[in-house]
Design a protein around this ligand. Sequence first.
Ligand SMILES: [Zn+2]
Length: 169
Amino acid sequence: MYSERPIHGGIYESRGDVLAVVHNHSPSVVPFSVTDTPLRPMFHLAALIGPELPVWDIRDNFQDTSLLVTTMEQGRDLARCLGDRRVSLMRGHGCVIAGKSIREVVMASVYLQVNAGLLLESLRLGEVKYLSPSEIELMSASQMRPTSQERAWEYWANRAGRPTGENGR
Ligand SMILES: [Zn+2]
């Protein structure tokens, strides 16, 4: 069994709307979990990650640990930080993405990482223009359309060498 299953347990317990959870250690995302520079969407396909991403720090309530989320108390604490959002960063560790389907959380995970990489590049050049709240709302609605998710899922499934099947599964 994966030691960090309380990440998933804590979120499923607190969010009746969540049917899929991704946890990963994206190296592009981690820098934003340990600095004051916020990770916000500046690339249209990253609208799905939401306007503000909280950073959960396991040390706030559990002192020094391995940083792994191995107890339900820790999982619940992370779920509280996530609140009703789709994404939370985890200080010095990675991130968690919650949503209504595997396709949705995979799409948000991919573009969270892409946006983090683009933002790191952009910050080197100067001041960054982020997506506005309305742009985030409009683009998210477009990304949540089944056809948008089908197309992206098919592409990623093909890239991974997996058949998408009759229903794109
Ligand atoms: Zn982890």
